[in-house]
Write a protein that binds this ligand. Structure first.
Ligand SMILES: Cc1ncc(COP(=O)(O)O)c(C=O)c1O
Length: 384
């Protein structure tokens, strides 16, 4: 109810505490989320610049410069420091924007997109919004079967989408093969690295072999990468990156009322959080590549520990060897519905993908939490 008369801030705050306490990452038993606590420094910076509006870039030209540098830093990680693009609300907006550019630059109003069944549901949303047909390519071992996908390409296709860090298992689709197919067909290639974009570059630096997935492949026209996932930036902070600045002209709209007069807006959102860009900038500068490398190394070590513990258990197994800090876990006989129910009863925030548990090993986890979880798996397994 909207009150007629307001009450004191203290009263509102204590009500909020009562309404909100205990949810989320508190207690750490959260295995289902690709987000985590934002870094405290980023929170501080976010609050300090909370009124900055990137939707009015001539009123906030310095914030717009900072945004450019964040895009460039992300581009540097993804083999293209001259990338153009924006900080957006998340992977969904990034994917919609990329496919909007793909459709408009194809010169067609209608058309189709080819992505695998492991692509994030935001691709289906984008197709729906843009009036595009979503052609779902079959998978082999939970990534696109590119040979099969070839058959889906024809003159209607405006884009192929590959995922670098699938939502379900954190796998990297065969982007290099997709690039060949896209080149042959003369089709736009978008890579959704919402999660993997801030993991894979650091895995590479740690000496782990990572297949090609980024702008180092000439055919990749755009990429999604989310600072609010493994980047530890406050929500909302996604990013969409493009190979060339001019590509964005295809979605430009005239905004007559902005500060300084007519402006060509090339984003989906109007008013946009400048604080999101500034906080991501501050965090990148503060942690540096070394900081992120250490973060990724810690999550990977924990992931390996989880895999080892699961594989020691009778009847439990991992679905496939993880490429990043995301693991699928299943029981030989107990249904995923039962497993989810039992673990939820035990206080775990869990999620599923297809017929297995999907465990995202985020920085809020540690070995003690993993040990508790494994113990509960043993108990759930006994019930089977
Ligand atoms: C691969 C991938 N793309 C896109 C998204 C959507 O991101 P958001 O929830 O920030 O819109 C996700 C979310 O988990 C994802 O895993």
């Amino acid at each position: 109810m909207f009150p007629e008369e307001g009450v004191s801030q203290e009263k509102v705050l204590s009500t909020l505490q009562r309404l909100l306490e205990g949810e989320g990452y508190v207690g750490g038993r959260v295995l289902s989320s690709m987000c985590t606590y934002p870094h405290p420094f980023a929170k501080k910076v976010f609050e300090a610049y909370i009124e900055r509006n990137l939707g009015d870039p001539r009123l906030f030209p310095k914030t717009a410069e900072i945004e450019k540098e964040v895009v460039s830093m992300l581009g540097e990680l993804l083999s293209h420091p001259n990338a153009a693009g924006y900080i957006v609300t998340g992977g969904t907006e990034a994917n919609i924007t990329a496919l909007w550019v793909a459709r408009n630059s194809s010169g067609k109003r209608r058309g189709a997109v080819v992505a695998s069944g492991e692509a994030h549901f935001s691709i289906a949303k984008a197709c729906d919004l843009l009036g595009l047909e979503f052609r779902v390519a079959p998978c082999r071992n939970y990534v696109m079967d590119v040979e099969e996908a070839r058959g889906l390409l024809d003159e209607d296709v405006v884009a192929v989408v590959g995922v670098a860090g699938t939502t379900g298992l954190g796998l990297v689709e065969p982007i290099e093969e997709m690039a060949e197919v896209a080149e042959k067909a003369g089709v736009y290639l978008h890579v959704d690295a919402a999660f993997g974009g801030l993991v894979l570059p650091f895995l590479k630096e740690l000496g782990i072999e990572v297949p090609k997935f980024d702008f180092s492949l000439e055919q990749v026209q755009s990429m999604t990468v989310d600072p609010h996932k493994m980047g530890l930036a406050p929500i909302p902070a996604g990013a969409v990156l493009f190979r060339r600045e001019e590509m964005l002209n295809s979605i430009a709209v005239e905004a007559p009322y902005l500060t300084g007069g007519l402006y060509l807006v090339k984003t989906l959102s109007g008013t946009r959080s400048g604080a999101s860009a500034i906080a991501a900038w501050a965090l990148f500068k503060h942690l540096g590549k070394k900081g992120y490398r250490e973060l990724v190394a810690r999550c990977m070590k924990l992931t390996e520990y989880l895999v080892k513990r699961v594989e020691e258990l009778p009847d439990w197994s991992v679905v496939t060897k993880p490429m990043m800090n995301l693991v699928g876990v299943r029981h030989e006989r107990i249904s995923i519905e039962r497993i989810m129910e039992e673990l939820t009863k035990k206080g775990w925030a869990v999620s599923r993908h297809r017929d297995f548990l999907r465990i995202v090993v985020m920085p809020h986890l540690n070995t003690n939490i993993i040990d508790d979880f494994v113990q509960d798996l043993v108990e759930v397994g006994r019930g089977g």
